[in-house]
Design a protein around this ligand. Structure first.
Ligand code: F6P
Length: 550
């Protein structure tokens, strides 16, 4: 594997960047009336407008050349064939196999994974329908009214985000809740309004060893048993989603109440697997299938469209352009859609757990920046909080704006304003507002020339700041599936260019190893052990507050 910076296309991009440093998008739009047509793209009902970026068609040519020289097409094929591209964990990466509607056999190590997927989906469907039609009852014979998904990371963020996004598709008489945090307040506040007789717990954990999930599941079990006073009640009120049958049994959940998935489904890519059970319970089986179908439509586009007209590839390569040539550190995501309020936390895990890496596929430290810091919030809330920095701060921040083109609620006027604000922000980022215009405005408003001169610099918008806009018809299951898969593949593309393994997550391990001895030190002086000076000081302070010796 040739080091990234030795690739001819990388060198071409370095040269090209020099010629682009003073590029002004406003001039580009003035000089080329076809810029929007050239730098925008449709896939299904999605429109990606990337014309408000510091790029030309030549930039895009260089970026696509870099994608080719990086072996993106081969890596994409390797992923879809089930090769073990997650080489540090020796695992295939097959979330795309979870959402294929027609299932020709896909043999991975002698097993037809598509057949396995179909079997689990069928069991999930029966279960969801049984809960909905009331044939699955609680221990005392009452129908289920509340579902609590207990999980964390990928076993929480994906389903929680989708359930929030599609709550307008929710079935009647069933509420779905999510508990993730180790902080007991999360479980306690959720359980407060629930009735044990009508509550179903889904314990969602790929490994079934995760501290937070097991702690919450044990507390939930104790809560249930305290009310129903019969160990047999667990079988009617607990189901598990996991790859680890033994651990599920050891916890006390009957394997008949377990929906399995496989080590080739990464946690942050797992909402399409059994981990999606809470989604199917909330929106019904047909809508869950539409979500899968939307993701599949994006998979087909990703696999088949030429790189130059491939939405995930374009989004991914624009990210490379900014992170590696313009030196940007962060990436802002602003859905003008309150239902997508959990999209940013979901994308933070997807992007930062996947591409927050500093070692490449040749096991060497990289000498360039990899995954960006992903942040954001729904519009218009963000406008009244941190947009100051996006418009006037000293950093260049690439951004994605997302919005539904069609009013999804009866409150048509509010949606019109929402959409107008979304477009206005990207226009403001592009156009900016000059000092001369501001001075003239202030003088017209009656300010003296001197006062206007002093105030004007504070009111300048530099403009020429980048944004992508993703427009969709309305937020339905199919569209959401497409959007999520779009970002999954974008992250994949960037991981390939950076030559890293996007599918492991060793960076979460150290903190997990250090926590048990610290926990022991909090209550036993003998266990204090060796720590750095700061950690020792903090342990001592906590012990002192508890009246323990230090
Ligand atoms: O600690 C990180 C992590 O392993 C994530 O990758 C994963 O999504 C999350 O924890 C939950 O893991 P599990 O589903 O095994 O409980």
């Amino acid at each position: 594997m040739k080091p990234l910076k030795h690739l001819p296309a990388w060198k071409d991009l370095e040269q090209h960047y020099k010629s682009m440093r003073d590029f002004d998008m406003r001039t580009a739009f003035r000089e080329d009336t076809r810029r929007f047509e050239q730098l925008s793209l449709r896939c299904g009902n999605l429109l990606l407008d990337y014309s408000k970026n510091r790029v030309t068609t030549e930039t895009m040519r260089h970026l696509m050349q870099l994608a080719r020289e990086s072996g993106l097409e081969d890596m994409r094929a390797a992923m879809c064939k089930g090769e073990r591209i997650n080489f540090t964990e020796k695992r295939a990466v097959l979330h795309v196999a979870l959402r294929a509607p027609v299932r020709p056999p896909l043999m991975v190590e002698g097993v037809d994974v598509e057949r396995e997927v179909a079997k689990v989906l069928q069991r999930m469907q029966h279960f969801v329908e049984a809960v909905h039609n009331g044939s699955w009852l609680g221990y005392t014979g009452k129908p289920i009214r509340d579902v609590v998904n207990i999980g964390i990371g990928g076993s929480d963020l994906g389903p929680a985000m989708v359930c929030a996004a599609l709550d307008h598709y929710a079935v009647e008489n069933l509420r779905v809740h999510f508990v993730s945090n180790l902080d007991p307040a999360h479980l306690a506040t959720t359980l407060k309004s629930l009735d044990p007789e009508t509550t179903l717990f889904i314990v969602a954990s790929k490994t079934f060893t995760t501290l937070e999930t097991l702690a919450n599941a044990n507390s939930a079990k104790a809560w249930l048993l305290a009310a129903l006073r019969a160990p047999a009640a667990v079988a009617r009120h607990f189901v598990a989603l996991s790859t680890n049958v033994q651990a599920v049994e050891a916890f006390g959940i009957d394997p008949d109440n377990m929906f399995i998935f496989w080590d080739w489904v990464g946690g942050r890519y797992s909402l399409w697997s059994a981990i999606g059970l809470s989604i199917a319970l909330q929106i019904g089986w047909g809508n869950f299938q539409a979500l899968l179908a939307g993701a599949h439509a994006m998979d087909v586009h990703f696999k088949e469209a030429p790189l130059e007209a491939n939405m995930p590839v374009i989004l991914g390569m624009l990210g490379i352009w900014y992170a590696n040539f313009w030196g940007t550190d962060t990436y802002g995501i602003f859905p003008y859609d309150q239902r997508l309020r959990l999209l940013v936390p979901f994308l933070q895990q997807l992007d930062m757990e996947s591409n927050g890496k500093n070692v490449n596929r040749a096991n060497k430290l990289v000498n360039y920046n990899t995954g960006p810091i992903v942040w954001g919030a729904p519009g218009t809330n963000g406008q009244h909080a941190f947009f100051e920095l996006v418009h006037q701060g000293t950093r260049l921040i690439p951004t994605d704006f997302l919005a539904a083109a069609v009013n999804p609620t009866p409150l048509a006027d509010q949606h019109e304003w929402l959409l107008a604000n979304c477009l206005a922000q990207t226009e403001a980022l592009l156009k900016g507002k000059s000092r001369a215009v501001i001075e003239a405005e202030l003088i017209t408003q009656g300010m003296t020339r001197e006062a206007a001169k002093a105030l004007a610099p504070h009111k300048v918008f530099p403009g020429n700041r980048p944004s992508n806009t993703l427009l969709y018809q309305k937020l339905d299951p199919h569209t959401l599936g497409m959007l999520i898969a779009l970002y999954e593949h974008k992250v994949f593309v960037q991981g390939v260019i950076w030559q890293i393994n996007s599918f492991d997550q060793w960076g979460v391990e150290l903190g997990k190893q250090l926590a048990p001895p610290i926990r022991a030190a909090l209550s036993s002086v003998r266990a204090i052990g060796e720590h750095d000076g700061s950690t020792l000081g903090l342990i001592a302070d906590i012990r002192r507050r508890r009246g323990l010796s230090t």
